[in-house]
Ligand binder design. Sequence first.
Ligand code: FAD
Ligand code: DHB
Length: 399
Amino acid sequence: MTVTSRTQVGIVGAGPAGLLLSHLLALRGIDSIVVENRSRAYCEARQRAGLLEAGTVELLRTVGLGERMDAEGLEHGGIYLQFQGERHHLDFRDLTGGRWVTIYAQTEIVKDLIQARLAAGATIEFEVSDTEVGELDTERPVLRFTDARGTRHEVTCDAIAGCDGFHGICRDSMPPGLVQVAEREYPYSWLGILASVPPSTDELIYCRHEDGFALHTMRTPQVSRLYLQVPADEVIDHWSDDRIWAELKHRLEVPGWELKDGHISEKAISPMRSFVASPMRYRRLFLAGDAAHIVPPTGAKGLNLALADVTVLAKALTSLLKDGQAGPADAYSDTSLSRVWRATHFSWWMTSMLHVDPQSDRFGAELQLSQLRYVISSRAAATTLAENYTGYFPLTWKA
Ligand code: FAD
Ligand code: DHB
C-alpha cells in the first residue's frame, strides 16, 4: 500500500543544506518534508567541515540558530601560511576591514538544525529507502520513498529541493542532456584525523612542505583536527597513528614550535575534486549544495556554499509559492552559480598553491613558492586571499 500526502516543498537529504532550507521555509510559513536515507545518529556524527564564513555565522544568528555557535564557536581573525620552513601570519580583520571566520563543526550545525526542526514539529523521515522524484515536467512534482517501517509514500509537492549530496539521486533525475558538468580531479587526497589534544596553535596553519601539504585546524579548545596530503590512491591501513603524528610533525614543526600529539579518535582519507553541474534547476526541481557542486576542501568553502545556496533558494521559493512571482526561481541557478564559481576558483587556487603535484616539476614548484611569497608580501595579494576566505559574496536574510 502507498500512502499519499501533500506538502509544499519536498526536500531530499538531511545534510546542512536540506535542514537549513526546511528551517528557512518554515520561517516564511512554507511547509516541507525532509527525507534522509541515513539515521539521525549517523547524520549527527559524520565528520566533515568546521569553518564558517562571517556571512554564514551572521545568517545562522539571524535565523535563530546562533545560541550554541556563539557560546562554543571559536572566532579566528586570520590564518598562518607556512612554506620553506617559515610561518607567516595573515590578519583578515586588518586586510578586510574587520572580517573573520568561526570554527564550529558541521556535526554541531546539523545537531542544532535537527533539534530546531523537530522542536518546531517538522517532519524529518530518517532511514528512508528507494527515494525517487517524478512528474518533473509538471507543476506538481512527486517525491516517493519507503519509510523506516517499510511503508511506501508518495508526496505531491509544489517544488522539490535536491539537497542529497554528491551521490544523491536528484541530479541524475534531471532530463538527459540538460545538465552540463565541469570538473577537475586532483592527483592527491587528504588524510584527516580528529585527535583528543588541545590545538598547538591559536589560528589555522596551512603548510606547503616539499613532502606535501599539511593543515592544522581544530574543533574545540580540547580537540584538534589535522590533515595531510597523501597520494590519490592511498589506503588508510598504511597509516598507523604513530606514522601520522610523525609525518604531521615533520611537515608542520618549525624551530621553537612543537606539535602536541594525542589519542586519534577518527581517521579517514577523502579524495579531492572540483565539480560544477549546471543548470541547478529543472522546472520545479532545484539542486542545492554538494548535489550540484563539490570543491576541494582547501579554503573550506563546501559547507558555506551549501548554506548560501539554500538561502537564495528559500527566498526564491517564497516568491514563487507565496507571491506567485517566478523571477527569483528563474534566476536561482545563475545567482548561485556566480558564487559557486568564485568559490571553485578560490578552492582550486588554494589547492594548487599549497599541494605538491606529483606530476609537476621544478617549474611548477617555483611558481607555487613565488605565489606564496607574493601573498605574504603584497597587501593586494593578501587581501585577495582574505576576502575570498572570509566570504566574498554577502548573504542576506531579513529576520
Ligand atoms: P551532504 O552533507 O552530503 O548531505 C546530503 C544528505 O543527503 C546526506 O545526509 C545523505 O545521506 C542524504 N542522501 C543522499 N542520497 C539520498 C537519497 N537518495 N535519499 C535520501 N537522502 C539522501 N566545507 C566547508 O565549508 N568547510 C570545511 O571546513 C570543510 N571541510 C571538509 C572536510 C572534509 C574532510 C570533507 C569531506 C568535506 C568538507 N567540507 C567543508 C565540505 C562540506 O562538508 C560539504 O560541502 C557539505 O556537507 C555539503 O552539505 P550538503 O547538505 O549539500 O550535502
Ligand atoms: C577545515 C577544513 C578545511 O578544508 C579548511 O580549509 C579549513 C578548516 C576544518 O575541517 O576545520
